[in-house]
Design a protein around this ligand. Structure first.
Ligand SMILES: Nc1ncnc2c1ncn2[C@@H]1O[C@H](COP(=O)(O)OP(=O)(O)OP(=O)(O)O)[C@@H](O)[C@H]1O
Length: 253
């Protein structure tokens, strides 16, 4: 479905994404981890059309979309959320979904919007002001709902669980698993928490200084000493240690 070949994104002298080659198959759930500043969000920006690559190709369902405009990528089926929820202010929750759906599909389907509101547990908030009427969990749910309204085949989820407390996080993870099964989308999931990634994802890719340093099953990747060193500054622990909530949120700073 998605194939990145030697993809690079530069900010002046900084290679934020540095020669990354990676593929995601339809219906696959891929975790994307790495320390702060490793290039994860920049990679999402390149795939979704917000960042212009300095080199390499992005193939989506066979076509090279590296020069394709943002809204066209959305219409091809690439949806995303943002790390910091970005509701459209002054609009209600339902209106947010209508705008997202029109952007992503070129039309409005009220039945589909009702389905998404139900699915994301936002039906009771459909008429609420999106900027002022929502708790953090609901704002995160709205990010997912807006992305779903664009009718994605590939969903890029940028730290949608960050900041949620344990119960909210569990509920959200259940929702993401159901989403994958019910809407049949492939997903790339950026999260720092190893337990979350191991639970949600079949495969994990690790970025470090913009480079892909590992790609494999969660069990294999999180046991790789080089991987663990790169973002925690420690050597690999046992699987019990690494699945007990270890964060991948190390920093090069
Ligand atoms: N618009 C920009 N202009 C200049 N440098 C940028 C820009 N966006 C990102 N960077 C730099 O590119 C590198 C990668 O940043 P990016 O946000 O992609 O990392 P990340 O892995 O998503 O980090 P985090 O886990 O903190 O969200 C960092 O060094 C960052 O400072």
């Amino acid at each position: 479905m998605l194939e990145l070949d030697n993809l690079s994104v530069r900010f002046g002298g900084l290679a934020a994404v540095d020669g990354v080659s990676l593929r995601v198959d339809s219906h696959e759930v891929l975790g994307l981890v790495g320390p702060n500043g490793a290039g994860k969000t920049t990679l999402f920006n390149a795939i979704s059309g917000l960042a212009r690559p300095a080199g390499g190709t992005i193939r989506f369902n066979g076509a090279n979309i590296v020069r394709t405009a943002l809204f066209r990528r959305s219409r091809l089926g690439i949806g995303r959320t943002f790390q910091i929820p970005q509701p459209m202010h002054t609009l209600t929750v339902r209106e947010n979904l209508i705008v997202a759906q029109r952007f992503g599909t070129g039309r409005v389907d009220d039945g589909r919007i009702d389905e998404i509101l139900d699915f994301t547990s936002l039906a009771g908030k459909a008429g609420s002001d999106a900027a002022t009427g929502l708790a953090l969990t609901e704002l995160k749910a709205l990010e997912v709902a807006k992305a779903l309204a664009t009718n994605p085949r590939l969903l890029l989820l940028d730290e949608v669980l960050a900041g949620l407390e344990t119960v909210g996080k569990r509920r959200f993870m259940t929702m993401l698993r159901e989403l994958h099964a019910r809407f049949g989308v492939a997903m790339i999931v950026i999260e720092h928490d190893i337990e979350t990634i191991s639970t949600l994802c079949q495969r994990v890719a690790v970025l470090d200084f913009g480079r892909l340093i590992a790609d494999g099953t969660p069990e294999a990747v999180f046991r790789d000493p080089a991987v663990m060193r790169s973002y925690t500054g420690t050597s690999a622990g046992t699987s019990a240690e690494t699945s007990a909530g270890t964060s991948t949120g190390g920093s090069h700073a």
